[in-house]
Design a protein around this ligand. Structure first.
Ligand SMILES: Nc1ncnc2c1ncn2[C@@H]1O[C@H](COP(=O)(O)OP(=O)(O)OP(=O)(O)O)[C@@H](O)[C@H]1O
Length: 241
C-alpha cells in the first residue's frame, strides 16, 4: 500500500445555479478527520466530489493528493445506504471488491472480519434477513476488508445501538489507524472520541474545531471528551456553550 496521502478540496460547488459551498479543506495524511455540519450543507457531496462520483451539481475547483498520484484504486467508501446486493449472501457481499476486480477473495480473512463485526453467525444469510444495524455492520466489514490507504465513511454507525456503536468505533479506529480517514457524522460525541481533526462545514467554508488533547479513540468518560462534545453541540445548535 502507498503511504496514505493528504487530500485537498478547494473550490466552489453549485447545485441548480445556487452556491452550496465555497471550501478549501485539507484532510491530513494518515489521520482521522471528522466532518460535521447541518443536514443538507453538503457533507456527502464533499465525499462524492473527492471520489469523483456524480453529485447532481457542478464543482469549479481542484482536488489534489499530496503525493500527486491519482486517487483511483486507493479509496474505500462506505455510503449512507449499505449498498448490499440483495441476491448475494453476507459473506459474498463483503468480498465483492475482489470479485469485481477479478481477484480471488480470501474467504478466511472475510470470515474473520465478519466475526469482528459480530456477524459470524449470519455469513450465509441474504441482506433482507438482517436488521438495519446488522446490514450497516456488514457494509462496515466490506469497507474495512478493502484495506485501503484512504477511507471515507458516511455516517457509518448511525443505525447501531449505543454499545455496538462504541465497539464498532473502536474496531474502525484500530483497523484504520494511520490511514487518511474522512468520517461524516452528525454526532458530536463520535467526533470528540475519534477525530484527530474536526471540520465543520458551512456554505462559506470548513471551520477547524479543536479536539481533546488525548490520543484517539478516546474514552467516552474522559472530561476532555465531554467538554469537546458539549462545546461542539452548542456550536452546532447556535447556542452559547
Ligand atoms: N444527486 C443530486 N441532485 C441534485 N441535488 C443534490 C443531489 N445530491 C445532493 N443534492 C443536494 O445537495 C445538497 C447537499 O446534499 P448532501 O447530501 O451533500 O448534504 P449533507 O450535508 O450530506 O446532508 P445530510 O446530513 O442530511 O446527509 C442538498 O441541498 C441536496 O438536495
Amino acid at each position: 500500500m502507498t503511504p496514505p496521502p493528504a487530500l485537498r478540496l478547494a473550490g466552489q460547488h453549485r447545485v441548480d445555479a445556487r452556491r452550496l459551498f465555497d471550501v478549501d479543506m485539507t484532510l491530513a495524511a494518515g489521520a482521522w478527520t471528522c466532518l460535521l455540519g447541518p443536514s443538507g450543507v453538503g457533507k456527502s457531496t464533499v465525499l462524492r466530489l473527492l471520489l469523483g462520483l456524480e453529485t447532481g451539481g457542478a464543482f469549479d475547483g481542484t482536488i489534489t493528493a499530496s503525493d500527486g498520484q491519482p486517487l483511483a484504486g486507493r479509496i474505500s467508501y462506505m455510503a449512507q445506504s449499505d449498498l448490499l446486493l440483495p441476491w448475494l449472501t453476507v459473506i459474498d457481499n463483503i468480498m465483492i471488491g475482489d470479485r469485481l476486480r477479478g481477484a480471488t477473495p480470501d474467504r478466511d480473512r472475510a470470515s474473520a472480519m465478519l466475526a469482528r463485526v459480530g456477524l459470524q453467525d449470519h455469513a450465509h444469510k441474504k441482506p433482507a434477513a438482517l436488521s438495519g444495524g446488522m446490514r450497516q455492520r456488514a457494509a462496515l466489514a466490506r469497507t474495512l476488508l478493502e484495506d485501503r490507504a484512504v477511507v471515507f465513511l458516511d455516517e457509518p454507525f448511525s443505525a447501531l445501538d449505543a454499545g455496538t456503536r462504541a465497539a464498532m468505533q473502536e474496531l474502525a479506529a484500530e483497523l484504520l489507524h494511520g490511514r487518511t480517514v474522512l468520517l461524516v457524522t452528525h454526532d458530536p460525541a463520535e467526533a470528540a472520541r475519534l477525530a484527530d481533526h474536526i471540520l465543520i462545514l458551512s456554505a462559506t467554508g470548513a471551520q477547524s474545531w479543536p479536539v481533546p488533547a488525548l490520543p484517539a479513540p478516546r474514552p467516552v468518560s474522559a472530561p476532555e471528551v465531554w467538554a469537546c462534545q458539549s462545546a461542539l453541540l452548542s456550536h452546532l445548535r447556535g447556542v452559547p456553550a
